[in-house]
Design a protein around this ligand. Structure first.
Ligand code: F6R
Length: 628
């Protein structure tokens, strides 16, 4: 949801800004812009372009045409104001006294705008961000009258802006009369600082780690309501009272290559292929071998004592999009294994439904980015109500990871494609670990069953590999179906959870209308949409529900549907009903989601490719949704 990069140092800034932005394009790609202070001519040059970053690259000769060593850049996902050059960031006040790039939403921008217009300020754009830029200008002018030094004046203006503004923001700020200084602040939108050494000595800011990884591995996470003041030599961080505070650098362990395509045509197909590794990396550090050769789960990182886990009376699973789909699957897995009642909620609904929460309940927030605004708000609501919270998160140091009582990281590595694949799979793996642990401490499963579940988990990566080895068949089928207009995904129980994810994958990257239905529910209305040639994907991995799903498939076939069946090896009876079948290896049925989702990811991917669409950056979407 908008990407920010900034650099102040010894090197020309613009090429670094554009390179950093190219790693953040997954966050937004409606328009892009940079502002760089040209020290020789003592002015700030702003260049913006509508559309993809490549337009800005072309305009600036990949940044080489823009002089100066201190600047900020932005790639936009439009909220207020259509995608256009004028609405692209950076936004600035008269004579570029204050220049800002912003990620987030200024909720009370209209009030601020009205107040500033009364003071004589003129607005050029339809964005909320311009209100923040001009507000800063107004406070900077006032602070100037107090006789403060340049840094104190900037801090005073930023602090007053933070007090006045409602909403979420990460801001990179330049003051036209302060050469070689960059400021940054944030509330509820991510922002990091990177320290660059050697011949590009200086500091960077960025919305996410991949933007700085080619230059540094040493980063600082700016916390809510902190202000950073950065120069080539110095990093100073202040709290909202403008008192300087100490911040520790964290070393990022993964390297820039993890965020490259590695010879694959798209990030999505690369990330689909990374799933065996990602699931293995998520499971194996948490499975230990005892002296007697038996395996056991080690979730000590959660710091949740067994007695507390044993006493959990209800589990609340909360997430958005695919993370919510993981929650839907998790409900079945946890209820079946641990016999704890579960509720699953969309974070955007949960936060406004005034939920009734049991004091001994455990809240599990699921989020790849750890920054999704609704999931973060749901987490905060639960914490305010005194609930125990556990986050399943992929991005280390993200807001959700830091604010939850306990965090289980998924070790998917950086996920660049907007459509999630490997993060989804690792979230499922995390759920299997937690469900099995809950079941064991509550005495709901025997030691033998626990061993078997652990073995089945450990076998998943190889089985995902086997599913991937059959990808050409799915590709062939996807090419045939690329022209279809409507697709229904149906299944029962866990197969319904898989259907939800398969349907979302298809619609987000192929723009084909699709819906997921509980198979038994179709006949209560939706079956009227089935007509000749409509594609129905029937998911039937659950042995106890296999025949029921097949019956529902027969019902739609007799109304003209064209059928794709997805089941496990051995369930060959499905061929009597369907037109095309994909089989996945047998596994513990509660873990079948991990295998069955893979052909559906591939189906969506190959259809998108066949339609010539931008697989990794589908229209209207952004990876990290940091606005409500
Ligand atoms: C779909 C997708 C989204 C995310 C959702 C939540 O492919 O990626 O539906 O799952 O926006 O994002 P996180 O997991 O970052 O909270």
């Amino acid at each position: 949801m908008c990407g920010i990069v900034g650099y102040v140092g010894t090197r020309q800034a613009a090429p670094i800004l554009l390179d950093g932005l190219s790693r953040l394009e997954y966050r937004g790609y409606d328009s892009a812009g940079i502002a760089v202070r040209d020290e020789e001519n003592e002015h700030v040059e702003v260049v913006k372009a509508k559309g993809r970053l490549k337009n800005l690259m072309e305009m600036t000769d990949s940044g080489h045409a823009v002089r100066g060593t201190c600047g900020v850049g932005h790639t936009r996902w439009a909220t207020h104001g259509e995608p256009s050059t004028i609405n692209a960031h950076p936004h600035y006040s008269r004579e570029k006294r204050v220049v800002v790039v912003h990620n987030g939403i200024i909720e009370n921008y209209q009030d601020i705008k009205d107040m500033l217009v009364r003071k004589g300020y003129a607005f050029r754009t339809q964005t909320d961000t311009e209100a923040a830029a001009l507000l800063l200008d107004s406070y900077y002018t006032e602070a100037g009258k107090k006789g403060l030094g340049p840094r104190e004046r900037a801090l005073d203006a930023i602090r007053n802006m933070m007090i006045r503004v409602r909403g979420s923001y990460a801001l990179g700020i330049l003051f036209g009369d302060q050469p070689g200084v960059m400021y940054a602040t944030r509330k509820d939108s991510p922002l990091i600082i990177g320290r660059c050494d050697g011949e590009m000595r200086g500091h960077m800011i960025a919305s996410d780690v991949p933007a700085v990884l080619s230059y540094t591995r040493n980063v600082v996470y700016i916390d809510n309501l902190e202000i950073a003041c950065l120069t080539q030599e110095e990093m100073r961080v202040y709290n909202i009272d403008c008192e300087q505070i100490d911040k520790a650098f964290v070393e990022i362990k993964w390297d820039a290559a993890s965020a490259e395509k590695d010879g694959y045509e798209h990030f999505m197909i690369k990330e689909i292929h990374e799933q065996p590794r990602a699931v293995r990396d998520t499971l194996s550090p948490r499975i230990k071998e005892r002296e007697d050769g038996q395996k056991c789960l080690d979730l000590s990182e959660l710091e949740l004592p067994d007695e507390e886990l044993a006493g959990v009376s209800r589990v609340y699973l909360i997430g958005c999009g695919s993370a919510y789909h993981v929650g839907t699957a998790a409900r079945t897995v946890i209820e079946r294994l641990a016999h704890i009642p579960c509720e699953v909620d969309l974070a955007s609904e949960f936060r406004y439904r005034d939920p009734i929460l049991e004091p001994r309940g455990l809240v599990i927030i699921i989020s790849q980015s750890g920054e999704t605004a609704d999931s973060l708000a749901a987490l905060r609501l639960c914490r305010e109500r005194g609930m125990r919270t556990l986050a399943i998160v992929n991005v280390v140091g993200s807001s959700i990871a830091r604010e939850a009582d306990a965090v289980m990281y998924t070790w998917a590595g950086p996920e660049i494609s907007v459509a999630t694949t490997k993060a989804y799979s690792t979230q499922l793996a995390a759920i299997y670990l937690i469900a099995t642990k809950l079941a064991a401490v509550r005495g709901q499963i025997s030691p033998e069953r626990e061993q078997q579940l652990i073995e089945d988990m450990l076998a998943l990566p190889d089985k995902i590999e086997r599913v991937l080895s059959d990808k050409e068949r799915v590709q062939w089928y996807a090419n045939k179906m690329a022209a279809c207009k409507d697709v229904f995904f149906i299944g029962r129980g866990l197969d319904h959870a898989i259907s939800l994810e398969g349907s979302l994958k298809l619609k987000e990257i192929s723009y084909i209308h699709s819906e997921a239905y509980a198979a038994g529910e179709l006949k209560h209305g939706t079956i009227s949409l089935i007509e000749d040639g409509v594609l129905v994907v029937g998911v039937a991995t659950q042995p106890d529900l296999f025949e029921k799903v097949v019956s529902n498939m027969v019902e739609v076939r007799s109304r003209g549907a064209y059928l794709f069946g997805l089941t496990t090896y051995g369930q060959y009876a499905i061929e009597d009903t369907v037109n095309f079948t994909v089989y996945v290896p047998r596994t513990e049925p509660l873990f079948a989601t991990s295998l069955a989702v893979v052909p559906l990811q591939l189906l969506a991917y190959y259809i998108s490719c066949a339609k010539g669409l931008d697989v990794d950056k589908p229209r209207n979407l952004a990876k990290s949704v940091t606005v409500e």
